[in-house]
Structures are given as structure tokens and as C-alpha cells.
Ligand binder design. Structure first.
Ligand SMILES: [Zn+2]
Ligand SMILES: [Zn+2]
Length: 305
């Protein structure tokens, strides 16, 4: 089974078009040792030809160009993207659906009822797409039971609800519902190996810890290093928690939780915000991450499982 990281940055990408924070400015002027990153998306495949796209980022066209494996060239009009699964309804995770409108058949779209409702009303992507290729919705139920993906034999996944937040445009921003944000366990049914993927994770729970402890790889929320990162830079009044993300550092932070996982679990952070100091390969925060045995996902990273 193949997993490919198409985009490892949070919303805005790295560098972000209008941002002059120390990280974005440093990358632009060459004073920072760091890699540019597109917005959050991964793809998984059992056969290396047919892929499940997980989140459709606004950078999808660039990501397809950067990953020729997504274009197997079997017909005049073709794509390796057989279906799309959405982790939530955030702009940086769903806007790419509009870029896939030239498909010749309705796009199989897996998402929870809550996410399908947000992208059918507040940000009416599926209504707009109905005038182009249309979508074939598959409602994901967050019961943790494994299910197959239509058109993608050999791949199994299960969805779990996560505590985070629906997008700012959602009428439910202030009163989150179960199903607004999910994590997925991707399994290889032939060898039983599992990857847990959760780019937006606001809170750890004992159940989640147990789930992650049973996986070979965890690919989790690396958005912010500290809770007041945006406030310190004067970029926002909101904390990481206000935005539905558990910061890495500090008491109860992501690094503390990752340290409690069994030694054999590979730990990778993804969905990195452009303000996060871990993007700077020479920063003390990056050294701390490396010392803790935690990796940073990068665009083009491939994980076999
Ligand atoms: Zn995001
Ligand atoms: Zn920035």
C-alpha cells in the first residue's frame, strides 16, 4: 500500500502569499533552510494506479503535476484519482474539488453527513459541481468499523470523530457537531498494517491514544508549535485551540502524547502552519522534534504500509 503526501502545509501553504512572518519571509529571501509546502492533502493506493485523494486542496492541480503517479495515462481523458475523502469542510481541504470538474463521470465523494451539508450549503461546492461532473456522495459513519472504498479494492479505512471545529463559514462554527472533523485509520488488509491520519486534531482522548498505539504510523496535526503562536506574531487573536488544533509544545501538547506511544510507532507531523518554527531546519524547535523521534512530513513524501 502506498501513501503519498501531496501537501504538508496548513491553510495558506508555505510561504503564504500575503505573509511576512519570520518563516515565510525567510523562505522567500533564502535566509532560512526550509522546504516550500503546498496545502494539506495525501493520496493512498493499493495498486499504485488508482488513488483515494484525502482532502482536495486548492493546490491540487500543482500537486497532480508534481506527482506524475496520479496521471496513469490510460485514456485520452484519465486520472489516477478514483475517489475523494474529506476530513472536514475547511476551505484548504475542499476547494480543490472545483478543480476536478472536468471529470467525465460523477466524482465519488466520501464524507460525513455534517461535512456534506456544509459543502452543499454554506460553501455550495457540490451544488456548483452538479453543473459539471457532479458528485456521487458516500456518507461516512464515524463508528470505527472498517469499510472499503468504491472503485479502490485492497484499501480499507475507518473513520473516527475528532474534537475540532467546523469552518468559519459553517453555521455550526460555534456549536460543533460530531462528524465535523474526523480522523481515519487506513489499513492494508493483506498485512494488517495501519496508518492513522488526522491533520486537524484539537484534543487527545484515551480512546484516540489506544487507536494510535495500534498503528504502524501516525500522521497527525502539526499546525502550531505553541498555543499562542499567532497571537505572539500579532497575526490573530485566536489560540491554536480556538482554531481546533492541539499545539505541539507545552504540557498536554502533541509531543507529550506522541512520547507515550509505543516505541515502534512512526510519528510524523503534517498540516504545518507557515508560522510554525519547526519549518526552519536549523531551529531549536526542529532539533527538539528530531530528538523526540518525530518526523516532519514534506510534499512528495512516500510511506509504504
Ligand atoms: Zn487545513
Ligand atoms: Zn507566514
Amino acid at each position: 500500500m502506498y501513501l503519498r503526501v501531496l501537501g504538508s502545509a496548513a491553510g495558506g501553504g508555505f510561504p503564504q502569499w500575503n505573509c511576512n512572518c519570520p518563516r515565510c519571509k525567510g523562505l522567500r529571501d533564502g535566509s532560512l533552510r526550509a522546504r516550500a509546502r503546498t496545502q494539506s492533502s495525501i493520496a493512498v493506493s493499493a495498486n499504485g494506479l488508482d488513488w483515494l485523494l484525502i482532502n482536495a486542496s486548492p493546490d491540487i492541480l500543482q500537486q497532480i503535476r508534481d506527482n506524475p503517479v496520479l496521471q496513469p495515462e490510460r485514456a485520452q481523458r484519465d486520472s489516477g484519482i478514483a475517489a475523494v475523502l474529506l476530513m472536514d469542510a475547511q476551505i484548504d481541504h475542499v476547494t480543490g474539488l472545483l478543480m476536478l470538474r472536468e471529470r467525465q463521470t460523477p466524482l465519488p465523494l466520501l464524507a460525513t453527513r455534517e461535512v456534506l451539508s456544509d459543502i452543499g450549503t454554506g460553501f455550495p461546492i457540490t451544488s456548483i459541481l452538479s453543473h459539471y461532473c457532479g458528485v456521487q456522495p458516500h456518507v461516512l459513519v464515524c463508528d470505527g468499523y472498517p469499510l472499503g472504498v468504491p472503485g479502490l479494492p485492497g484499501l480499507e479505512l475507518s473513520a473516527v470523530p475528532l474534537d475540532s471545529k467546523p469552518p468559519p463559514y459553517s453555521p455550526f462554527r460555534g456549536s460543533p457537531r460530531q462528524g465535523d472533523n474526523i480522523g481515519v485509520v487506513l489499513s492494508n488488509p493483506t498485512n494488517g498494517r495501519k496508518i492513522f491520519y488526522a491533520p486537524g486534531l484539537g484534543q487527545m482522548t484515551p480512546q484516540l491514544h489506544a487507536l494510535m498505539a495500534g498503528c504502524e504510523v501516525v500522521l497527525v496535526d502539526g499546525t502550531f508549535w505553541c498555543a499562542d503562536e499567532m497571537q505572539r506574531l500579532g497575526l490573530s487573536s485566536k489560540t491554536a485551540f480556538d482554531m481546533g488544533h492541539l499545539p505541539q509544545s507545552g504540557a498536554g501538547g502533541m509531543l507529550e502524547h506522541l512520547a507515550r506511544l509505543p516505541a515502534g510507532v512512526r510519528k510524523v507531523l503534517i498540516h504545518i502552519n507557515n508560522t510554525n518554527p519547526i519549518l526552519d531546519e536549523d531551529s531549536p524547535e526542529r532539533a527538539e522534534l528530531t530528538a523526540a523521534g518525530v518526523e516532519l512530513a514534506h510534499d512528495g513524501m512516500e510511506i509504504l504500509f
